[in-house]
Design a protein around this ligand. Structure first.
Ligand code: TYM
Length: 334
């Protein structure tokens, strides 16, 4: 890296529904922490959403919601470029070139592709198969080194590295190897409240806490989380669903509160009802200010348009510089 130059960061979120705590702790929290120290490109991945949501009636509202929730979580559009994927047309060009370096066999083996085939057997489109190629294009377009994402995106990052290396090997060095990033720690997976799987925009909605949930809905969902009658042996191993409640508490509660419940668990005197009440109140305290701020931003279309335009302009500048290099290295300059 050139001395004095900031490292480049890129990431994105699909506008396929309401954002939740998983999106916050897997992605948004890191965006906000990174925006001062790095050159950041954060986008709403509207093209990716077309692979699973071809009906675009609600797309505009969802794009606005994702932008508003990014800003309400602390993202400053004057520091980071905040934009919409389809506004940077160079993405589609790089996607095309990378498709020539992507093999059908390896794409078919991607676990996220297999999951989607199971979920939507009647719409196994080529965009779904090449989803990781488009994601690699998003990242490589800015020659990003760091990609703040949750654990579920780890394999997509590995694929992006493969394409970066394949391109560099064939045409000469253009791309750095992008790494998945979470401030000095392992990537995050925020579990769902029912102990089965992770929080998600479209599945598991009653066991997912959304940034737009009302205080009462948060309380209701948390109180329904699965527990049992408590441990009978001191210092027992926690069942998964109890471990998950502790994990959620670790995200939003004070250290001494967590320590109290840890100690109660280890001494077999834990009252899960009290623990869930505490967790619910801490979640309300955490989510309510984001929800309220997002609600006022979401309806200010003029402001959101300005943000998107400014972000896209910055992103296009970075994309153009990369694409000039790409075309030159590929020998497409005649
Ligand atoms: P998406 O929209 O599914 O999720 C957005 C971000 O939230 C993280 N995330 C989670 N983290 C922890 N626990 C969870 N339960 C959880 N659920 C979601 C995701 O890891 C992600 O960081 N393919 C991407 C969008 C994308 C992208 C990109 C990301 C398109 N191009 C380029 C990075 C770089 C996706 O579907 O994210």
């Amino acid at each position: 890296m050139e001395k004095g130059k900031k490292q480049i960061v890129m990431s994105g979120i699909r506008p396929t529904g309401f954002l939740h705590l998983g999106n916050y702790f897997g992605a948004l929290r890191n965006y906000v922490r990174m925006q001062d120290e790095y050159e950041c490109y954060f986008m709403v991945a509207d093209l990716h959403s077309l692979t699973t949501h071809p009906d675009t009636k609600e797309l505009k509202g969802h794009v606005h919601r994702v932008l508003a929730e990014n800003i309400a979580s602390g993202l400053d559009p004057d520091k980071a470029a905040l934009f919409c994927q389809s506004h940077v047309r160079e993405t589609s060009e790089l996607y095309l070139y990378l498709n020539m370096l992507a093999y059908k066999g390896e794409l078919e083996k991607t676990p996220t592709f297999k999951d989607k085939v199971r979920l939507q057997p009647d719409n196994v489109n080529a965009g779904l198969l090449t989803y990781p190629v488009l994601m690699a294009a998003d990242i490589l377009l800015h020659r990003a080194a760091l990609v703040p994402v949750g654990k579920d995106q780890e394999q997509h990052l590995e694929i992006a590295r493969t394409y970066a290396n394949r391109f560099n090997h064939r045409y000469g060095d253009v791309f750095p190897e992008p790494q998945a990033f979470n401030f000095g720690q392992a990537l995050v997976k925020v579990p769902s409240l029912d102990g089965a799987g992770k929080m998600s925009k479209s599945e598991n909605q009653n066991a997912t806490l959304y940034l737009a949930d009302s205080d009462d809905l948060i309380r209701k969902k948390v109180m329904k989380a699965k527990t049992d009658s408590g441990p009978t042996e001191p210092n027992s191993v926690k069942p998964d669903y109890i471990e998950n409640i502790f994990l959620l508490m670790n995200l939003v509660s004070e250290k001494d509160v967590i320590e109290k419940f840890e100690s109660d668990f280890n001494n077999c005197v834990i009252r899960y009802g009290d623990m869930k009440k505490q967790l619910a109140e801490d979640m309300v305290k955490f989510i309510a200010p984001i929800r309220e701020k997002a609600e006022s931003i979401r309806t200010d279309e003029k402001y959101l348009k300005e943000v998107m335009e400014k972000g896209a302009e910055k992103a296009r500048k970075s994309a153009n510089a990369t694409m000039e290099k790409v075309r030159e290295h590929m020998g497409l300059v005649y």
